[in-house]
Design a protein around this ligand. Structure first.
Ligand code: FAD
Length: 307
């Protein structure tokens, strides 16, 4: 019930100003976004990789409103990649990007986002890693898939995300399950209308399994983005049935959620990648994490009241 309300608030400028300025928010935010700068995040990257985990890095930000902000987003990723090169961790750490942060919603946004993301993909490739294009709300996806296809002409490793809650995704998965492709499957985190998306959890979970089967039986590299224990067990079963070895798919989870499970899967020999977000423009990312689990909201509100 609360999820859709929080998701609506995640797109409200007024709520953004209010919550971003709340004095205790930062301490609650840190659970999901454990740093604001590259200097904050480097120790976390070192710690997680030392534990046998891989990472995908998200410099938080989305829905920017000027071309200058899009250029700044590009530069923030380029600076991060420079640091990864110095750390020698290029192969263990990939990037996740939101095209709305690269200017996709501005005038001429499709071309602008492509022009801004290309240097990031090039720089990532130069240090032996890659970029995955996150999936945002359904109105942005045709552009995202077209940019993905364009980037893959030169950088076939470029990944993309598909969302099980959307009706279109089964067809997208069939198209994408080809040799060399890297596809992260998630349930979907945006507020979507009933015309385009399943609304009930059990329907979304069933769609997730159907789509995962397509990816596992296909020729590409599936990235299982979920914390759901039932889906993780099903993923292992489907991978086994499809004859996949442990390095022919991977699990992905978000930093701050089910950390024990990250370590358990890695200890079992799975590739486990932790999606780690950092930066100052954390509002949208944080609100989606609240929407996914009402207990997070209670914790957040309690922290405000107890201050
Ligand atoms: P759920 O059924 O929501 O959760 C299963 C269990 O996981 C819960 O019972 C709880 O124990 C735990 N859990 C889940 N969420 C939380 C939380 N916020 N706080 C505390 N515990 C929690 N969505 C997009 O739309 N586009 C993307 O590009 C995208 N990228 C993602 C990348 C990764 C690596 C992951 C893991 C998720 C991503 N998501 C993305 C979010 C995704 O769509 C879901 O909203 C999110 O993963 C919650 O769904 P779930 O599969 O974990 O299952």
């Amino acid at each position: 019930m609360l999820g859709p309300v929080i998701l609506a608030a995640s797109r409200s400028d007024r709520m953004r100003r209010l919550i971003s300025a709340a004095p205790v928010t930062k301490q609650v935010v840190d659970r999901f976004i454990p740093g604001e700068t590259v200097a904050d995040i480097v120790p976390i990257i070192k710690d997680l990789t030392a534990k046998g985990l891989e990472l995908t890095m998200d410099v938080v930000g989305e829905d920017i409103t000027t071309p200058e902000q899009a250029t700044a987003a590009r530069d923030a990723y380029l600076a991060l990649i420079d640091h990864l090169k110095d750390l020698g961790l290029g192969e263990r750490v990939e990037m996740s990007v939101k095209l709305s942060m690269f200017g996709q919603a501005l005038e001429g946004g499709h071309e602008l986002a492509l022009a801004n993301v290309r240097p990031v993909v090039e720089a990532a490739a130069a240090i032996g890693t890659t970029v995955t294009l996150d999936a945002e709300d359904h109105t942005t996806l045709d552009s995202m898939f077209a940019i993905h296809e364009e980037l893959r002409k030169d950088f076939p490793q470029t990944g993309c995300v598909i969302q099980a809650y959307l009706f279109r995704t089964e067809a997208d998965a069939r198209r994408l399950a080809e040799s060399g492709s890297r596809v992260r499957l998630v349930k979907g985190a945006y507020k979507e209308p009933a015309e385009v998306a399943y609304q009930q959890k059990h329907e979304i979970d069933k769609a997730y399994v159907r789509i995962l089967r397509t990816l596992m039986e296909g020729e590409g590299y599936p990235m299982v983005g979920s914390h759901d224990p039932r889906l993780i067990a099903i993923a292992q079963e489907l991978a086994h049935k499809a004859g996949r070895k442990l390095d022919e798919y991977e699990f992905q989870m978000l930093y701050g959620i089910r950390g024990d499970e990250h370590l358990r899967l890695a200890a079992e020999g799975h590739r486990m990648r932790v999606y780690t977000a950092y930066g100052t423009d954390w509002y949208g990312y944080f609100m989606r994490r609240l929407a996914e689990k009402p207990a997070n909201l209670r914790f957040f509100l309690r922290s405000m009241v107890s201050k």
